[in-house]
Design a protein around this ligand. Structure first.
Ligand SMILES: Nc1nc2c(ncn2[C@@H]2O[C@H](COP(=O)(O)OP(=O)(O)O)[C@@H](O)[C@H]2O)c(=O)[nH]1
Ligand SMILES: [Mg+2]
Length: 244
């Protein structure tokens, strides 16, 4: 609970068997989360056994992709505030307090991983990823006239139930750029938000979304198409072509 508001935490999992137990424990130890939901998205063998040793509830989502997993979690979450994170140990559980400290002023608190002194040694935030994420965030900032944004791809975020209800029916993306779609839809719906820096650490295990230059470039191009499609009102036409 935070100021009498209950908190759900969503952790989608695909390839995080070796870190998910620690990440869940880190959040449990904060003693403020009311419900931890792990969305198992055809995760590697052994993941369920690790989750079973924690207080988290495991949900299976067969439709493959980060977006499909998060959308399922958002449907299942029961609390007033919903926090989305990753179980790969790239984020710090205690940074949830930074997100929560803005919840009186904004209905969505996004995080940014591009602030230099918050990027840990070994984190997957080389120049290409950093400036790419920053540049695409600026593209959204200009085209949708948003508050200051410095990262298009940070998945650690908080949304109030009220805000979620305004945009949930517009979600279309099932794959890795769901987070960017959510961001743009929230600005189109005039939901108040802010983006704040969080710590970004070295990943445990291999990243499947931005693990190498070509994956990152491919994702970046899809996000450019997404931004233009949503700006021109062509989401229903163009998103199905790139959402794979
Ligand atoms: N790539 C991928 N990630 C998925 C899938 N389903 C859920 N995820 C989650 O997407 C998040 C981001 O993936 P990750 O490999 O960490 O990419 P990175 O954060 O860009 O390094 C992780 O929390 C995964 O558990 C899927 O089908 N493919
Ligand atoms: Mg990750």
């Amino acid at each position: 609970m935070y100021k009498n508001r209950s908190i759900s935490l969503l952790l989608p999992t695909y390839n995080e068997k070796d870190s998910i137990g620690k990440v869940i424990n880190d959040f449990e130890n904060l003693q403020i989360i009311d419900e931890i939901l792990v969305i198992n998205n055809n995760a590697i063998e052994g993941t369920s056994e690790v989750v079973a040793k924690t207080t988290a509830k495991e949900i299976y989502e067969p439709v493959q992709g980060y977006g499909a997993a998060i959308r399922r979690g958002l449907k299942e979450a029961t609390c007033d505030l919903i926090v989305i994170c990753e179980p790969d140990d790239t984020f710090l559980a205690k940074d949830i307090f930074k997100l929560l400290s803005y919840v009186d002023d904004a209905d969505i608190v996004y995080s940014s991983r591009t602030v230099n002194n918050f990027i840990w040694e070994g984190a997957n935030m080389g120049k290409f990823t950093k400036w790419g994420c920053w540049g695409l965030a600026k593209m959204i900032e200009v085209l949708f006239n948003t508050n200051s944004l410095s990262d298009v791809g940070s998945t650690y975020r908080l949304i109030t139930r009220n805000a979620l209800e305004k945009i949930e029916s517009s979600f279309r993306v099932n794959t890795n750029f769901f987070g960017s779609e959510m961001m743009i839809l929230s600005y189109s719906a005039r939901i108040s938000s802010v983006q704040i820096p969080v710590n970004y650490k070295k990943r445990v295990g291999k990243s499947s979304a931005t693990g190498n230059f070509w994956c990152t470039l491919n994702l970046g191009i899809k996000i450019i198409v997404l931004i233009i499609a949503l700006r021109l009102g062509l989401g229903s036409l163009l998103i199905p072509l790139i959402d794979r």
